[in-house]
Design a protein around this ligand. Structure first.
Ligand code: CP
Length: 310
């Protein structure tokens, strides 16, 4: 694996190996790299937990994080994502972490660079490290994926998290159910839709999604005050969940919209555990990519500087 841009095409073995590495790091720690590595964090869209957990993961691995703010960068002068990434590659970054508002932008960028790229979320495309931390959180809880009933509930159509998780959970043998109001269903995902009242009765995991108003055309998706009652996790629905079932949400959470405010920190909620796991899982992904794809770039920097890929 050179890049980590999509859950599509990753085998069960590859996913389990990354989770095993994360588990080893959590239990035993890991020695920081002795070589000097620079990593570019290119966020072209807002982020709190993904960006900050990548920075913490990089610092724990002894990596120099090159921060980047699109609004004070040469992007404001019209520089493209490709030329921005090539600049980081040229000045010595050994790996890039990229978030971008356009679907597939990061996956396309990865194909144009010689250094590893991690997709930190691209439009409604994919968010593979969020998915991996979600999988890791589920595996900690249940110790298996085969036969696990996972209901992904909410704004499926605009959610990169839903796409990455549904694909990976299918690979791992879980039963994936989707639940969304009709306008937010995505028929390109080959999983059955059920309503939330049925989902809470059968699911081992209720994974809620944020209502992503920034990706909505307001005229197409008028806000409904009754969204929580109709489609979200209310207290009444939480009481119908299986005794062992857990609540997940990638966050940020719209408290009182897709989930009742008080359930965010309920006993069965793993929302803050997911965030904690995000650091460990991102350490595992970075370590794996730098060992398999990026190590040579630490020492081969001068050679790489002269490379022209197209
Ligand atoms: N879950 C997630 O991607 O959160 P941020 O947008 O804060 O990074």
């Amino acid at each position: 694996m050179k890049h980590f841009v999509s859950m599509k095409g990753l085998s069960e073995h590859e996913l389990m190996q990354l989770m095993k590495l994360a588990s080893d790091i959590e239990e035993n720690g890991i020695a920081p790299f002795s070589e000097q590595f620079f990593v570019g964090n290119l966020f072209f869209e807002p982020s709190t937990r993904t960006k900050m957990s990548f920075i913490v993961a990089q610092k724990r691995l002894g990596i120099e994080a090159l921060d980047f703010h699109a609004e004070t960068s040469s992007v404001k002068k019209g520089e493209t994502i490709y030329d921005t990434a090539k600049t980081f590659e040229s000045i010595g970054a050994s790996l890039l972490v990229v978030r971008h508002p356009e679907d597939d932008a990061v996956q396309q960028l990865a194909s144009q660079l010689s250094i590893p790229v991690i997709n930190a979320g691209d439009g409604a495309g994919e968010h593979p490290t969020q998915s991996l931390l979600d999988l890791y959180t589920m595996f900690q809880e249940f110790g298996r994926f085969k036969g696990l009933n996972v209901a992904i509930v909410g704004d499926i159509k605009h959610s990169r998290v839903a796409r990455s998780n549904a694909l990976a959970l299918q690979t791992l043998g879980a039963n994936v159910y989707l639940s969304a109001k009709s306008e937010w269903q995505d028929d390109t995902l080959p999983f059955p839709y059920i309503n939330i009242d049925d989902a809470v009765k059968i699911a081992d995991v209720i994974m809620l999604l944020r209502v992503q108003t920034e990706r909505h055309q307001e005229k197409d998706y008028p806000q409904e005050k009754s969204y929580l009652e109709k489609y979200g996790l209310t207290i009444e629905r939480e009481q119908k969940m299986l005794a062992h079932a857990i609540i997940m949400h990638p966050a940020p959470v719209n408290r009182g919209v897709e989930i009742d405010d008080t359930l965010v920190e309920a006993k069965r909620s793993r929302i803050f555990k997911q965030m904690k796991n995000g650091v460990t899982v991102r350490m595992a992904v970075i370590h794996h990519l730098l060992q398999t794809g990026g190590m040579s770039h630490a020492t081969d920097y001068n050679k790489r500087q002269a490379t022209v890929t197209n």
